[in-house]
Design a protein around this ligand. Structure first.
Ligand code: GDP
Ligand code: MN
Length: 381
């Protein structure tokens, strides 16, 4: 689980790493109070567990509550990187002189930790690592040999740091390393770690990822549950298991996980891409199917739907009623094909055909995929 920045910073502070003074807000109501506490100005930062918020306009300096209100109106309820913004961190503005990158990461394959540091912070570290590998320092630590402050001081001394900056940086490093181990983190990243004009060093951002199996040990910390993707949340509400696949062409509604995966494979074989995984489970109702039709098309790249069902416990007639309702309501009509076999199949087929929805009556999912492929090819030409 990746923690929100506000929770990540809470941990950093516990570990002895300086962080900016800040308050978490869920509505604009708390703005004027926050501004008073932060001496009149604040940096507002959307809280979603993904980066590049700065580039997306999700970080803004405000000088009064009116500017803050505009930011809240713009962002609360909006999406960034597949997550819905539900809270905003208001922080004291920092006078930044320099931005560094610092992280500790687990390399599970090698069974050791990496300490990563760069004087080119604030930007995408993978990018820097690719273009200027010499500008990113990576030091391997064995979990058995515990990192002491002098280890980090020597590493940074070799990089040319001296004096109080050297001490401040190595202090952050050793605390980050220790804290990383304490919470069973997979990654503890500070990007940027900033040097302020005052000479102080502070974590301006925090990205901490914790091994899910270790979360139970941190129950008392009460982390904010990470805001799930809007579509996945809707799927949970509908009662289906859904995973969005970026850039896919063909949406899938299937009555089982295996059937859904098999449909995905066959879609790939035609050169198209599946737009999602969706499993209805055994509790099909017309409402569940109707809402699933809408859900899968919320992935903007999807431009066709394959419904692939087996009716055992499930009534296929019930499913057909839902499909017809869903398809009739579509604001963005797309080719649809249904393969449905089992309990009440004849009634299901009859209803679909009555509403001009193509039906595959064989046991071959290939036939359904080929039908969609033809439809999309003719639409293109
Ligand atoms: P990210 O884009 O999601 O990784 O968000 P960050 O928290 O890393 O912020 C991105 C950039 O915004 C940083 O690299 C800083 O340059 C800038 N920034 C963030 N907070 C402050 C602040 O309090 N003061 C100033 N001047 N810049 C900030
Ligand atoms: Mn960052």
């Amino acid at each position: 689980m990746q923690l929100l920045e506000c929770d990540g910073k809470r941990l950093l502070k516990e570990w002895g790493i300086p962080v900016p003074k800040g308050l978490l807000l869920t509505s604009a109501d708390g703005l004027s109070d926050a501004l008073t506490q932060l001496d009149g100005k604040a940096v507002l930062k959307i809280q979603v567990p993904v980066g590049r918020r700065g580039k997306a306009g999700g970080i803004r300096l405000i000088r009064d509550s009116n500017e803050g209100k505009v930011f809240f109106e713009q962002w609360v309820g909006e999406r960034h990187g597949g997550f819905v913004v539900e809270s905003i961190l208001a922080e004291e503005p920092l006078a930044i002189a320099k931005e560094f990158y610092m992280s500790v990461a687990l390399n599970a394959r090698e069974g050791n930790f990496y300490f990563v540091f760069s004087a080119e912070g604030g930007v995408d570290i993978e990018e820097t690592s690719r273009q200027h590998p010499d500008k990113v320092l990576k030091v391997r630590f064995s979990p058995a040999a515990d990192g002491k402050e002098f280890h980090f001081r020597n590493i940074l001394l070799e990089q040319g740091y001296t004096g109080s900056l050297l001490l401040a940086l190595s202090n952050v490093a050793v605390n980050l390393y220790k804290g990383f181990g304490m919470v069973n983190a997979l990654l503890a990243e500070i990007n940027p770690l900033v040097l302020l004009e005052s000479g102080a060093v502070m974590a301006a951002d925090a990205k901490i990822e914790i091994d899910d199996s270790a979360l139970f040990r941190l129950r008392d910390k009460k982390f904010f549950t990470v805001t799930p993707d809007e579509l996945e949340r809707e799927a949970k509400d509908i009662g289906v298991t859904y995973i969005k696949l970026e850039g896919g062409d063909v949406a899938i509604i299937a009555s089982g996980a295996g059937l859904s995966m098999n449909t995905m494979d066959l879609i790939y074989e035609t050169g198209l891409k599946p737009a999602n995984f969706l499993e209805t489970g055994g509790g099909i109702t017309r409402e569940l199917v109707r809402r699933s039709v809408h859900l899968v098309l919320k992935n903007e790249s999807a431009h066709a739907i394959i419904v692939n069902l087996y009716g055992g416990v499930n009534s296929l007639l019930e499913a057909a009623i839902g499909i017809v309702a869903g398809v009739q309501e579509l604001k963005r009509p797309v080719p649809v094909v249904v393969k449905a076999l089992g309990n009440q199949q004849e009634e299901c087929w009859a209803l679909l055909e009555e509403h001009n929805i193509p039906v595959i009556k064989s046991h071959r999912t290939e036939d359904a995929v080929a039908y969609i492929k033809r439809q999309l090819d003719t639409a293109k030409s």
